[in-house]
Design a protein around this ligand. Sequence first.
Ligand code: 5GP
Length: 194
Amino acid sequence: MKALQEKIRKDGIVLSDEVLKVDAFLNHQVDPVLMKQIGETFAGLFKQDGVTKILTLESSGISPALMTALELNVPMVFARKRKPFTQDADVYEASVHSFTKQTNHIISVSRAFLNQADRVLIVDDFLANGQAAEGLIDIIDQAGAELCGIGIVIEKAFQPGGKRLRDRGIRVESLASIRSLENGTVTFQEEAHA
Ligand code: 5GP
């Protein structure tokens, strides 16, 4: 997605050979016009798949997931990283290793919001080692729901998550695919989606 690549080049900050900071438009301040375009693009890619629900992980996945849900006219559910006081005890849970924090945590989704009738599209901000996606897939499996595919805003293609998921036969669509962050520079793969 050209507008996304331009935004990454303009406002993304390469923190290391492995980490890109995009607080200016996705992870802290959010660019609603760009999120709308992202939602439209994911919706276009998955519109034939009978998606009934968008699933993401709080908090950074919520903006692109919500815009995708709006375009597909389906609800968006975000997995919580902590079991809050008010949440029903009746939850699906999975363990996820956080790439950015290097810790394990439990994510949870209320059983009220995901069931075997659902066809689920996962949307997330980044794909690195694929742990967040694996945790969400675990929850979809527990619900007996069907996974339609995964929409990723920024895939770091030099890390193994994308290959692992695709090797399992899962459809993964990323809107910007980064080949390298070496020398403080973002190098993209061939552009995938205009
Ligand atoms: P994974 O679970 O695929 O290893 O990592 C994906 C999660 O880690 C994303 O949900 C995102 O929050 C975070 N993440 C991974 N790599 C980066 C990165 O380079 N920059 C930022 N801002 N977040 C990242």
